[in-house]
Design a protein around this ligand. Structure first.
Ligand code: MRU
Length: 338
């Protein structure tokens, strides 16, 4: 198991995910601006990892302020504003920042302790989600072996600290010898599925195949998978769920085919202050991400692109949301916030 993000006592240490799977490089980030750049460029990414990064970013600001004799309150609040502005969709980022800012009045050591606590809490929550999700998949499929799952993007250890949500379900099911195969959608344009999920599945020793995003719906409707399991960047109070763009089309297909569509996410991802999916801010990223492939321009020089990083799957297409505390059966009318 890889530690995607960590605190070494003075700095934030991350695996640079832009270089995977070719190179496994650790980056040591000592300044808040370096961390903000790493978040913007997806060196560190995935909702849970962003929550932890936000919290550790405040610890970073407090630690540098102490060394430099700066006002810790001003430094931490400025860091919070900088980090919160990096990516808008994953609610975990702001949550991680706020949780650690809450410790400001207690001093530097309390700030660092609050940030470090996020690391262990994420691992713990994800393990529970994984076990609960695997049990639910087996229950819905009506058997405990030969299960085939499809996932989209990367909701693995790389999207958290070390375990993962959707891939936590896969990991738990694999440990219990329930899995036949996992299908990982490649996840255009940045290929989190083909690069990161495939890398994790290979390390786990899980049989897997990568497919294009557009092949996902036909995989699902042709009876080749028992369930679709994805993560989430923000879950609205009514259960509408923002996740990596492309998730919505898989959910539509699953709904039509009667295949369970599961969202695996920590409670922290549920945003009671966001009533519905229409209220979730969706990040739009640079056009170049769509118009180029591996650094080479693929579209004509005059082409423009629309590049939303996420889409919203309506609650009525989701069978259940699995968190570390509960299973919310949306198909039975339950909602995250009632
Ligand atoms: O743009 P990314 O790579 O940060 O998007 C990540 C996803 O959409 C994941 O599927 C999501 O964060 C769920 S995993 C925590």
């Amino acid at each position: 198991v890889v530690r995607t993000i960590d605190w070494d006592g003075e700095a934030v240490v991350i695996v640079d995910q832009t270089l995977l799977p070719a190179d496994e490089v650790l980056l040591r980030l000592r300044e808040v601006d370096e961390l903000a750049e790493a978040i913007r460029s997806l060196r560190v990414r995935g909702a849970m990892a962003l929550g932890v990064a936000g919290g550790l970013g405040i610890a970073l600001a407090a630690t540098r302020a102490k060394e430099r004799g700066d006002d810790p309150e001003a430094a931490c609040r400025a860091a919070g504003a900088t980090l919160a502005a990096t990516r808008p969709t994953a609610v975990n980022l702001g949550r991680g920042i706020d949780l650690v800012l809450d410790a400001l009045a207690l001093g530097h050591d309390a700030v660092v302790a609050a940030a470090v606590d996020l690391l262990a809490a994420d691992v713990e929550a994800n393990r529970t989600i994984g076990r609960r999700g695997a049990a639910l998949v087996a229950e819905l499929a009506g058997r405990h072996d030969d299960l085939r799952l499809m996932t989209h993007c990367n909701a693995g250890g790389l999207a958290g600290v070390e375990w993962g949500t959707a891939l936590g379900v896969v990991r738990a099911a694999h440990e219990d010898r329930m899995l036949a195969e996992v299908f990982s959608c490649e996840t255009r344009p940045l290929l989190q599925g083909a690069r990161l999920t495939a890398w994790e599945l290979e390390r786990m020793g899980v049989p897997y195949r990568v497919l294009t995003d557009s092949a996902g719906p036909v995989l699902v409707t042709s009876g080749r998978v028992d369930a679709v399991v994805v993560g989430a960047d923000r879950i609205a109070a009514n259960g509408d769920t923002a996740n990596k763009v492309g998730t919505f089309s898989h959910a539509l297909a699953a709904h039509r085919a009667g295949v369970p569509f599961l969202v695996a996410a920590p409670e922290m991802t549920i945003d009671a202050t966001t009533p519905t999916g229409a209220d979730i801010p969706i990040e739009e990223r640079a056009e170049d991400e769509v118009l180029t492939l591996a650094g080479h321009r693929t579209a004509p020089p005059g082409a423009r692109a629309w590049n939303p990083a996420f889409d919203v799957t309506p609650a009525d297409l989701i069978t259940a949301i699995v968190t570390e505390r509960r299973v919310i059966r949306l198909d039975r009318g339950e909602r995250p916030v009632s």
